[in-house]
Unconditional design. Structure first.
Length: 913
DNA sequence: AGGGTTCCCTAT
DNA sequence: TTAGATAGGGAACCCT
């Protein structure tokens, strides 16, 4: 029997733990495979060999949950070691015994440490058996007499197997998706509570379809003549029962919803409990093992699991992957799917519901749309593909990849390799991350000070997977760091200090894993080139992306204070090599390479070409910026006035090649892109007019980094204005036009009448993340003001993690106190602080850009110019800038002129091409 | 007025 | 009780 592993857990049958693998068979059937015979265990480090004789029997006698104790030799987790250490492998009867006895074992005389005491049984099994999440496996069925029988498990195929083997890591079996969304009837202006507000509708969407329907709406209201995709119920109990029946019958692999974990699932569960207490008999069966719907609140998150299925709340996933101003389903659908969400405002719900006619029909359609949108977010955006690939590559089961962070995946890979090489891994540290502050920190990447201003012909190069390749190149690993044993011969000494052994003494586990991942990625990328089938291509694309994510996770993991394997020495070694590397790269280009010569469409280094050929097309190079793993090189031709895109790419590729030659394998500098013009304002703040080759054609675009256009705590008015200014400056090179544009925007804003045109509120809305408990804020914040005001008015306050929108209303109070809910402003016709928007939202960011050309705010803001002292001349500073090529003769009185002249002098040639 | 602190969000 | 890392700019407020 072949099937794809969707999920894994364990249960107890015949007094033994039995692993259960759930999945979907090659034939499309749902599968549950029992795997008996695997035993839970952990390791303990003993002080010396003598304990290997005495302790096993002692432990067996002391703990009746211990099945066996076996002396073994293992390496400790961290540090280069010449030889293995004596340890005990302690096997227990049940998985839960491990956490029960680990502390007591740790306390025994002769025991120094315990290892691998907090690995979930399912993970232990998958790791030891070499199985991966979402992999295709073949299970050889056991004899009937050995077969396990569990009548609660509902799957098409139920088998028992002692022998499960992985066949293929990336199969392509279609999954069944069910999305749902509930509607409640809340009290007037309040939040619905399961004890008082009934569930009135449940909307469901299916992929593939269910009995000919893509969607279905269950409605608890007596309506006549409804479509076939609406089901009518008199009682809420019957509707809920029907919902769980459909759930069982459709038998989805993936259960989808938007904000489902925090709202729909707890609500349904609590409401069912409430109704059952009142005499109803709803059985909320959702697991493939028959388990009922449950949820656990862990900190700020609610965890939901359904045995054998994947629970996929799209809200946190979308939050993670897309930078949006707001994450309401309405906004997310609009931004990501281009679809409008239909909505009944909360205060209209009762009216629409009680109507019983057209309005109720509308309400039902609106509800239907919600589950449709939740499902579309998964299918259209291919949200799950990435997680499936990560599951296959890391080995963790899909649900853990969806729920967890990078550390669980990194650890999964580490466990596999450490295990193979006889190394043990410590349990997760249980101290708070703040506790181990001893002034020890990781230093990060190096950011080169940019050459500020406008530049043309900037070639951008970057390091391919810098940190992973550094770890490989220098054999940086937990297993190679010199702690106690010192190897013979030379060692590797990073700039940060520390010492690592040479790979010929011992090749590190992490570098080996990285090498494997890097090679896999190259292979996948190679295969992609010859694949024409869209689905397969997307699958491979997801796989190479997953490999990239994992490659880059190991460094972060090593510096993560709560990781099992946390090593500041390792993390600092990586970044120190990184800093050294980018500085060396800069110096190499600025001082050694210095220039390239173009000849016959090829780029040569000066020493590759005879002097007489150096007559034309010499390009001078200068590194103008760099951040961690990238260098930006300004190319200025010595004789010709311009460089073609092809030539620029040649130059970039040649430099990258030359630099790469000087680096240890597999470090590699690569050509990334060409900026015809670039505007650099500060570190991490710049905009580029980029040209990239797509299917033999150059495509241009403007890329903005760090500036206000890409920041969510600035309003849309700012981004729109700034984007246009950048376009005018970068593409058209027309500062005058930009100035005129800004003036017109300022004028328009000055005359804004919110009462007449309420849509402008959208453009003036800023958002900020409500990120922590209210009490832990030490300073006033505009979004907190709004939360307080709204709480007072409605009693409702948003949950932590939500982005809070606000606008600034007119008044004399502090800025923070004038933050207000945009909806409230809209409904109550409040006046906005126009001056704030001009002086604080438009002018400062625009000035930072146009200031490069000597334009100041007095030029841009009519109002402030009138009040200004130097308002005689009609000639704007920009005009003098654009005329800078000509002789500037008059009007040197202003003081601003000098600035603009100086600024423009060095850049006067920029607009000539 | 100016420096220090807090907070947010982004770059890599 | 969880959730890879540091570097960096910039606004607003507070205190001296």
């Amino acid at each position: 029997m072949n099937f794809q592993i969707l999920d894994a857990d364990y249960s107890i049958y015949n007094d033994e733990p039995v692993v259960r693998l759930f999945g979907r068979g090659e034939d499309g059937s749902s599968v549950c495979c029992f795997v008996p015979g695997f035993e839970p265990y952990f390791y303990a480090n003993v002080a010396d060999d003598s304990y290997l004789q005495t302790l096993p029997q002692f432990i067996k006698n002391k703990f009746d949950t211990v099945k066996d104790v076996e002396p073994v030799q293992k390496f400790e987790p961290i540090g280069y070691q010449e030889s293995k250490k004596p340890m005990l492998k302690i096997t227990t009867f049940y998985p839960k015994n491990v956490p029960e006895i680990r502390d007591d074992v740790q306390g025994l005389e002769g025991i120094e440490d315990v290892y691998e005491t907090d690995i979930l049984f399912k993970n232990r099994f998958m790791i030891d058996k070499g199985l991966h999440g979402m992999a295709l496996v073949s299970a050889e069925p056991a004899s009937t007499s050995e077969s396990i029988n569990d009548r609660d498990v509902k799957c098409d195929n139920i088998i028992t197997s002692y022998n499960v083997e992985e066949i293929n890591k990336i199969p392509n079996i279609g999954l069944k998706y069910l999305a749902f969304d509930i509607e409640c009837l809340p009290p007037e202006g309040g939040m619905p509570e399961p004890e008082s507000s009934p569930i009135i509708m449940i909307s469901l969407s299916f992929e593939p379809e269910y009995k000919g329907n893509n969607t279905l709406v269950l409605v608890c209201k007596n309506l006549k003549d409804v479509e076939s995709d609406i089901e009518i119920f008199d009682e809420e109990e019957d509707m809920l029962t029907r919902f769980f029946d459909i759930f069982q019958e459709y038998d989805p692999d993936v259960v989808v919803g938007y904000n489902m974990n925090d709202f729909d699932i707890p609500y349904i569960k609590d409401r069912a409990d409430y109704l059952n207490n009142k005499g109803a008999s709803i059985v909320p069966r959702v697991g493939r093992d028959g388990r009922l719907m449950t949820y656990r609140r862990l900190g700020t998150r609610t965890m939901v699991s359904m045995t054998g299925r994947i629970v996929m709340d799209t809200l946190p996933l979308i939050r993670q992957q897309f930078s949006l101003k707001r994450y309401t389903l309405r906004n997310v659908s609009k931004e990501l799917l281009g679809r409008e969400k239909l909505d009944v405002e909360p205060h209209q719900m009762v009216e629409y519901w009680n109507d019983g006619g057209e309005k109720t029909k509308k309400f039902i359609d609106y509800a239907r749309r919600d589950s449709e949108l939740a499902l579309e977010l998964v299918t259209k955006l291919q949200l799950l593909d990435k997680y499936i690939a990560l599951s296959q590559v890391s080995g963790s089961v899909l649900q853990d990849v969806v729920d967890g962070g990078q550390s669980s995946m990194v650890e999964n890979l580490l466990f596999r390799e450490f295990g193979k090489q006889g190394r043990v891994i410590p349990p997760k540290p249980d101290n708070r991350p703040d506790d181990n502050e001893q002034g020890e920190e990781i230093k990060g990447g190096e950011v080169l000070e940019p050459k500020k201003g406008l530049l043309d012909n900037v070639v951008i190069l970057d390091y391919k997977s810098l940190y992973p390749t550094i770890m490989m190149a220098h054999n940086l690993c937990y297993t190679t760091v010199v702690v106690n044993d010192h190897p013979n011969g030379e060692t590797i000494n990073p700039p940060s200090g520390g010492e690592f052994v040479n790979p010929d003494v011992l090749k590190g586990i992490v570098p080996s894993i990285l090498e494997t991942l890097l090679n896999q990625r190259s292979e996948v990328k190679k295969k992609m080139k010859s694949i024409s089938d869209g689905d397969t291509y997307r699958m491979y694309d997801a796989t190479q992306l997953a490999l990239k994510i994992l490659l880059n996770s190991f460094y972060g993991y090593s510096g993560y204070a709560r990781a099992r394997l946390y090593s500041l020495t390792l993390a600092n070694a990586v970044t120190s090599y990184g800093r050294e590397n980018i500085q060396n790269t800069r110096d190499l280009i600025n001082n050694n390479i210095r220039k390239v010569v173009l000849k016959d469409n090829q780029a040569y280094l000066p020493d590759e070409i005879s002097p007489e050929d150096e007559s034309e097309d010499v390009i001078n190079l200068s590194v103008v910026y760099g951040d961690t793993d990238s260098v930006f090189i300004h190319c200025s031709p010595e004789y010709n006035n311009d460089i073609s895109l092809e030539d620029a790419e040649c130059v970039g590729t040649r430099i990258a090649e030359k630099v790469s030659q000087s680096l240890p394998d597999p470090m590699e500098l690569e050509f990334e892109s060409i900026a015809k013009r670039g505007l650099f304002l500060a570190k991490k703040r710049y905009a580029l007019w980029v040209f990239e080759q797509e299917n033999d054609e150059w495509e241009d675009s403007i890329k903005v980094k760090g500036m206000e256009t890409v920041r969510r705590d600035w309003c849309e008015l700012t981004s729109k204005t700034l984007n246009r200014v950048l376009e005018l400056v970068l593409k058209e090179g027309d500062v005058d036009k930009a100035v005129e544009y800004v003036k017109s925007v300022v004028n328009r804003v000055r005359n804004i009448d919110v009462q007449k045109d309420k849509d402008v509120i959208d453009d003036l809305t800023m958002t900020r993340l409500y990120s922590k408990k209210k009490d832990s804020y030490k300073s006033k914040q505009p979004h907190l003001t709004v939360i307080e005001k709204t709480k007072k008015r409605t009693g409702i306050s948003p949950p932590i993690g939500e982005r809070v929108p606000f606008v600034i209303v007119a008044g004399n109070d502090l800025f923070v106190n004038r933050a207000e809910d945009p909806e409230y402003v809209r409904e109550n016709n409040l006046t906005l602080d126009v001056d704030y928007y001009i002086k604080k939202q438009i002018l400062p960011p625009v000035e930072r850009i146009l200031g490069v050309f000597g334009v100041d705010s007095a030029t841009l803001d009519y109002d402030s110019r009138q009040k200004g002292l130097f308002d005689f001349s009609k000639t704007s500073e920009t005009e003098s800038f654009n005329n800078a090529n000509k002789e500037t003769t008059d009007e040197e009185d202003n003081g601003l002129k000098n600035q603009s002249k100086n600024g423009s002098k060095s850049q006067s040639s920029l607009f000539d091409f």
